[in-house]
Design a protein around this ligand. Structure first.
Ligand code: NAG
Ligand code: NAG
Ligand code: NAG
Ligand code: NAG
Ligand code: NAG
Ligand code: NAG
Ligand code: NAG
Length: 499
């Protein structure tokens, strides 16, 4: 009797498993990263800039309103691709400069490696900025089947050239087969959108798709085709007007990409994540008001980011999520969504946030190390001798509370230029020049107006203890001097590997 039953049971089990697989086809995952896009530069945050496509996607999905990135480019990208804090990759200090022999360490797989291992087609378009001095660091050797974009951190939007330290300009635009010499005059907001759409159109739908589209928009230099700037004639400030036009290209590009996914029949099975890499640069048209500070600072304006999740595969819509989520969380979250494995990575600092995003479950993250940068110029004297040295630039979030030490950079509140008389610029007045400790309850005071460090000395000591313990796990900083062999003049006038 048993002998007859076993094959039958097996057949029933098989059909159940296959049936589930059909319904639970793994989603396409599209990650769109904007560059230097400020908190006050998206329509749904009350911006003067129009972003109808981004607003629609966000309101159809989940807006992340307690979402954090890092204060500058390489750090955010390194954490996105590795799931690990900078203190664990050696990238604590600054960006990777084009002339530096440096890169995201090869000792742990990237998100793309993991997606590829899970059977995804993996493609990247846009800005890399995670090192390129050796072949091993190039995107197509770090998990991407294909790549089109630029390797350094910023360049001209039209001729795609970037200066070497001698002030001469060299091409930085390539794919895995070599430099792209013929795209001069093709504005990168359009070029990268078209390349991303090419990926979608060429995609074989029998495989799930992972695409990382890292726009140049809206980083400096302020360059934009005239028709986009003309929409903002009413903005008198030149930088803000050009920047607003640049945001409109970005918004239109994401709209076009979404349409291409729909036309290809992929949208219903797609999860799209949109994120900035850091706060807006107020000297280049960006804005983070009412948050304090801007790009490159440890104030909320530096890294309280714009972000949302959308796509036809998202089970919820119209949600505003206020759980603590960090850019390092995407690694386990998205690899988990792809049913990939997290084996072989160095210990991750990110946590899987899918239940938080898709069901509103409480975040598994209560602690967030913003950074510890031992190379940043120190300020003042240490508050205590037996715990973390407060002259060092660092910041940590524990629950509601945020502690900043060292020099967090300019902490003024800067409203968008000329928008309204009601919004006043408020300068960062340091009570003493050597001040190096601030404590805020970010939940109660997200704009950092009320420093609690004098009122809550025990809380300060507790959070210093967190920094102290994080610091014990830090690896040495990788920040090598410029290498003259990086000169693109030595290699046909094109930026690329030199070792
Ligand atoms: C540049 O060359 C590539 C590869 O040959 C081609 O696909 C692309 O369309 C060309 N672009 C322009 C603007 O001609
Ligand atoms: C979006 O598509 C429209 C219609 O094809 C095109 O005119 C526009 O230039 C595209 N925008 C971007 C940013 O690629
Ligand atoms: C992780 O597991 C997969 C599948 O089990 C295997 O193919 C891969 O080699 C493993 N990766 C590492 C880095 O151990
Ligand atoms: C720390 O040590 C220095 C040198 O020993 C001493 O002068 C200073 O008072 C100490 N500071 C505190 C806060 O204990
Ligand atoms: C962090 O740890 C390093 C290595 O143990 C130590 O030299 C340094 O003083 C610590 N930094 C702070 C700010 O406590
Ligand atoms: C901070 O930035 C504001 C705005 O640019 C500027 O007016 C102010 O002088 C700066 N403060 C310091 C201390 O640099
Ligand atoms: C921080 O503010 C929140 C919201 O007002 C409050 O619930 C919480 O108790 C505060 N935490 C501390 C430690 O003061």
């Amino acid at each position: 009797m048993m002998k007859l039953w076993l094959p039958l049971l097996f057949a029933v089990w098989l059909s159940a498993v296959c049936g589930r697989d059909n319904n639970q086809k793994r989603p396409n995952i599209i990650f769109v990263l904007a560059d230097d896009y400020g908190f006050n530069d998206i329509g749904y945050h009350g911006s003067q800039i129009f972003t109808p496509n981004l607003d629609k996607l966000a309101s159809d999905g989940v807006k992340l309103e307690n979402y954090y990135v890092q204060p500058i480019c390489t750090p955010t990208r390194s954490q996105l691709m590795s799931g690990r804090y900078q203190i664990h990759t050696g990238l604590q200090h600054a960006i990777i400069w084009p002339e530096q022999p440096n890169g995201l360490p090869l000792d742990s797989p990237t998100m793309a490696d993991k997606m590829k291992e899970a059977g995804y087609a993996t493609h990247m378009v846009g800005k890399w900025h995670l090192g390129f001095y050796k072949d091993e660091y190039l995107p197509w050797n770090r998990g991407f089947d294909s790549y089109f974009g630029y390797l350094t951190g910023s360049e001209n939007y039209n001729n795609h050239k970037r200066t070497f330290m001698d002030g001469k300009w060299y091409l930085d635009l390539c794919d895995q087969d070599g430099p792209a010499h013929n795209e001069s005059g093709h504005y990168s907001g359009h070029l990268f959108t078209e390349k991303a759409i090419d990926v979608v159109q060429a995609h074989d739908p029998s495989k799930p798709l992972f695409m990382y589209l890292a726009y140049q928009s809206v980083h400096s230099p302020l360059q934009v085709p005239k028709p986009y700037e003309r929409k903002y004639k009413h903005i008198k400030d030149r930088n803000r007007r050009k920047y607003a036009g640049m945001v409109s290209v970005l918004d239109e590009g994401v709209g076009n990409l979404t349409q291409a996914l729909k036309d290809k029949g992929l949208w219903d099975n797609t999860i799209l994540v949109f994120s900035t890499d850091n706060g807006g640069q107020v000297y280049e048209g960006g804005n983070n008001f009412p948050l304090r500070g801007w790009k490159a600072s440890l104030w909320e304006g530096g890294f309280h980011g714009v972000g949302f999740v959308s796509g036809g595969r998202l089970p919820v819509s119209g949600v505003v999520n206020r759980e603590l989520i960090h850019v390092s969380d995407w690694f386990p979250t998205l690899v988990g969504l792809a049913q990939g494995s997290l084996n072989g990575t160095k210990p991750l600092d990110g946590v899987d946030q899918w239940d938080t995003i898709s069901q509103g479950a409480p975040s598994k993250r209560t602690v967030l190390l913003h950074n510890i940068d031992p190379l940043h110029p120190r300020v003042g004297v240490p508050l205590y001798n037996d715990t973390f040295d407060t002259t060092v630039r660092a910041a940590v979030r524990v629950g509601h509370m945020k502690l900043i030490t060292g020099n967090p950079s300019n902490g003024s509140w800067v409203p968008p230029p000329g928008e309204s008389q009601a919004l006043k610029f408020v300068s960062d007045r340091r009570t003493s020049p050597g001040k190096n400790v601030w404590l805020f309850n970010i939940t109660a005071d997200p704009t950092e107006h009320h420093d609690l460090s004098d009122q809550m000395p025990d809380m300060v000591r507790t959070l210093l203890g967190y920094l102290q313990r994080f610091n014990e796990t830090a690896v040495p900083v990788r920040y090598p001097p410029y290498d003259p062999r990086s000169n693109p003049a030595l290699r046909g006038g094109v930026w690329g590997p030199w070792e």
